[in-house]
Design a protein around this ligand. Structure first.
Ligand code: SF4
Length: 423
């Protein structure tokens, strides 16, 4: 998978479409790749390998001791099965589709110097026999649900695909799918060729502004991956003003000027009136407790503020730890660490020489290793009835998350009811 990125990359398009100057503002900040990014890159390589193998190309499976796990195998299988399903369906629709894996697409006719790499670009026919361009993108992450609906990354890839193949093939419909197996997300958005091209024309002036570093800084959820975030004034101003003004009037209420001054010994008031804990209902001055309904309205804001705070801490820590920059009022110290063996062989030899023998644990191989050992078919025949997928951990997500809500009408007693045969 190529790791070259355009200045106006498709993957960061949500950011530069909302905040055009961010592209140039973040230029001086390194693009530090995380462990998650490295794992995602490996997962993409496995996806590519599986599809190329299906297409009978000579390929070698990518290797990674760290990331080649059962989970990666499973999530890339989901992607593989979806892509193969699309190709086979097109064949049934009466065409031999053009199938391009990890295809570099050029959308510089829309965004200056814009290019990107589409995981899958397939050109063929849809169920009604119309010319179809299908772009498919794999997402390995599980942090943020990615919706295909009007997704600018996918639409830019599609514009690049149209630019390259729209003259050769009679494409009428454009379909864009995101496969995000860790969130059970299979999201597809479809539009006509004309609709896509009209959107391209619409964003051209914004793309030009972004390329030239013009326009206004506008904070929002797109700040998430902006490298300028820790030092962005607009972001800091927004976060701090939201804390101060928008959601809680922390200056008012119980400590309002004069509240205590009015409590003179001769005059009965809230502070001096007799109080019977058995019969009186306490009346709280503001601020009291925040009702759940009010808390729920500030959750999206809190998410953004907490992500900004994290980014500021990460940036300042990295400056101090990695570049030795002194931070007034702070110092760098060593964290807690765990004891480790420095020479495993010497440990075993010494223990055995002194009569200790039970030094190793035996472990059952994993479900994926069983599948590899037996093959999927045999595995299902022999062990399929012993496989279950337990429900995932309950999580609170925004209402527009497309996953089905969990029916919580079962009481915890029912949830944890004793299974038959366990009594
Ligand atoms: S952090 Fe947000 S507001 Fe600031 S430059 Fe980046 S995208 Fe724009």
């Amino acid at each position: 998978m190529p790791d070259v990125h355009a200045l106006l990359s498709a993957s960061s398009s949500k950011q530069w479409l909302h905040c055009p100057p961010s592209v140039r503002l973040q230029e001086g900040f390194p693009n530090e790749s995380s462990v998650y990014a490295a794992e995602g890159t490996f997962a993409h390589e496995i996806c590519e390998y599986k599809i190329r193998k299906y297409l009978h190309e000579r390929v070698r499976r990518p290797q990674s001791e760290e990331f080649d796990t059962e989970e990666i195998e499973n999530i890339t299988d989901v992607y593989y099965e979806f892509v193969v399903g699309v190709i086979e369906q097109m064949k049934q629709n009466g065409c031999e589709p053009l199938v391009l894996v990890e295809e570099r697409v050029d959308y510089s006719h829309i965004a200056p110097s814009g290019f990107g790499t589409a995981d899958m670009l397939i050109v063929g026919k849809d169920e009604k026999g119309r010319g179809l361009l299908h772009i498919i993108d794999f997402k390995a992450g599980q942090g943020v649900f990615v919706d295909a609906d009007h997704n600018s990354q996918m639409m830019l890839y599609a514009l690049g695909g149209l630019h390259a193949y729209g003259y050769i093939y009679p494409i009428e419909t454009v379909r864009m799918t995101i496969v995000q197996p860790r969130l059970d997300n299979l999201s597809t958005f479809e539009c006509t060729r004309q609709e896509l091209e009209a959107w391209g024309e619409e964003i051209k002036p914004i793309a030009k502004m972004a390329y030239e570093g013009k326009g206004e800084q506008k904070p929002g959820e797109w700040c998430r991956f902006c490298r300028a975030k820790p030092v962005c004034k607009a972001c800091a101003e927004e976060a701090l003003s939201l804390c101060r003004e928008d959601f809680l009037d922390l200056d008012g209420g119980a400590f309002e000027e004069g509240t205590r001054a009015r409590a003179s010994p001769d005059e009965e008031n809230d502070l001096t009136a007799p109080y019977n804990a058995d019969t009186d209902t306490p009346v709280f001055k503001q601020p009291g407790l925040i009702p759940l309904t009010e808390l729920s309205t500030i959750l999206p804001t809190l998410n953004r503020i907490s992500s900004w705070i994290e980014a500021v801490f990460a940036f300042v820590s990295s400056e101090a730890i990695n570049h030795g920059v002194p931070i007034p009022g702070y110092k760098v110290v060593e964290g807690r660490s765990k004891r480790v063996f420095t020479d495993t062989k010497a440990v075993v030899d010494t223990a055995v020489a002194n009569g200790y023998t039970d030094l190793y644990k035996q472990q059952l191989i994993s479900l994926t290793e069983f599948e590899k050992l037996m093959g999927k078919k045999r595995f299902n025949e022999l062990l399929g009835s012993y496989v279950a997928k337990p429900p995932g951990k309950l999580t609170l997500v925004p209402e527009d998350d497309p996953r089905e809500p969990v029916d919580l009408s079962n009481t915890p007693d029912q949830e944890f009811a004793v299974l038959p045969g366990e009594e």
